[in-house]
Design a protein around this ligand. Structure first.
Ligand SMILES: Nc1nc2c(c(=O)[nH]1)N[C@H]1C(S)=C(S)[C@@H](COP(=O)(O)O)O[C@H]1N2
Ligand SMILES: [Mo]
Length: 313
């Protein structure tokens, strides 16, 4: 009886996609106890709503759950409380959102996210993600390569960097409405060197787990730069500007002794207040070692071969 009830719940609500894992628990544990409920909640996989090319996961990375990725967030425009972002972000409206591409380009443009998706198509990218604070996760993003958009914008020769500006709207973001009492200076700004922006790993993400981005993860469009600390992956982008000089990114501006422009994941360069040798994957008890360039050394190390990574942190 209980087993049937559970089966019913599982299939009808799509609470549990991977039934093999469930049965690994053994029949004896198939009762509605909290451990089973927790597993089911963790294994919740949303119904895909985007059309995209699936990733092969060639590195066999173990995905974090949808629940983990969407319930523990850094998004200061809402709050500095990581578990508080999700509830505060629920009312944010992103319908009709446009981004503007300007600065040193031949083809400046304002375009809706819907049109960007139509223009470039979508693919899944399963990437490690490492926050400078020491937590990490693996996310199945859905998006397109930033280099496609850059090629169409056709930057002028003088353009050496790409500056990203997040949305500024105190009506949406409670921390922006606090004026001079705000936690950081808004709008949130990030930047990449042109070769970093053109790297095939650099993604503009519009979804994860096959579904449009949740607001708390930076809807409707955010940057993902998997070999850099998470703060480079700016959320809810409003403007992409091609510039001559290295942009002053938000965290470098807030605290230049602790956060630089490059922010490449590097176990050999510690944060002034903590070691970067290890990281804790969300949902894991034990820490694991941090990888050089977050595991993307092969793809990105050549861009930094003549640079002192301790100085250019
Ligand atoms: N606009 C904006 N983008 C942002 C942030 C932010 O506060 N505001 N936080 C950054 C930091 S520190 C991290 S670790 C990641 C977190 O992304 P996630 O919540 O999707 O895991 O977003 C980055 N992008
Ligand atoms: Mo972060």
């Amino acid at each position: 009886m209980m087993k049937n009830l559970m089966d019913e719940k599982i299939t009808s609500k799509k609470l549990f996609d991977d039934r093999r894992k469930f049965f690994k628990l053994g029949a004896a544990t198939i009762v509605a106890n909290s451990a089973v409920m927790e597993l089911m909640a963790k294994e919740y996989i949303p119904v895909p709503s985007l059309h995209y090319k699936k990733a092969t996961n060639k590195n066999s990375l173990e995905l974090n759950t949808f629940e983990q990725i969407t319930s523990y967030n850094n998004f200061y425009e809402f709050t500095t409380n990581k578990k508080g972002v999700k509830p505060l972000a629920q009312n944010m409206q992103t319908k009709g959102w446009t981004i503007t591409i300007d600065g040193l380009v031949d083809h400046p443009l304002t375009i809706s996210v819907d049109d960007l998706i139509k223009k470039y198509g979508l693919e899944e990218r399963i990437y490690r993600f490492r926050c400078v604070e020491g937590w990490a996760m693996v996310v199945p993003w859905v998006g397109f390569e930033l280099q496609k958009l850059i090629a169409d914008a056709s930057p002028k020769k003088e353009a050496k960097y790409v500056k990203f500006t997040a949305k500024y709207d105190p009506k949406i973001f409670p921390d922006q409405s606090r004026g001079i009492l705000a936690t950081i200076d808004y709008p949130y700004v990030e930047g990449l060197r042109m070769d970093e922006a053109m790297n095939p790993l650099t993604l503009l993400a519009v979804g994860l787990y096959g579904k449009s981005l949740e607001n708390q993860n930076g809807a409707p469009i955010r940057l993902v730069v998997p070999w850099k600390y998470g703060f480079k992956s700016i959320k809810s982008i409003d403007r992409i500007t091609f510039v001559k000089e290295q942009p002053l990114n938000t965290w470098q501006k807030e605290n230049p002794d602790e956060y630089g422009f490059y922010a490449n994941v590097n176990p050999h360069v510690d944060h002034p207040r903590w070691s970067q040798k290890k990281e804790r994957v969300l949902g894991h008890f034990f820490k694991q070692r941090t990888h050089m360039f977050n595991g993307y050394e092969k793809e990105v190390a050549s861009m930094y071969k003549n640079m002192d990574l301790k100085k250019n942190f």
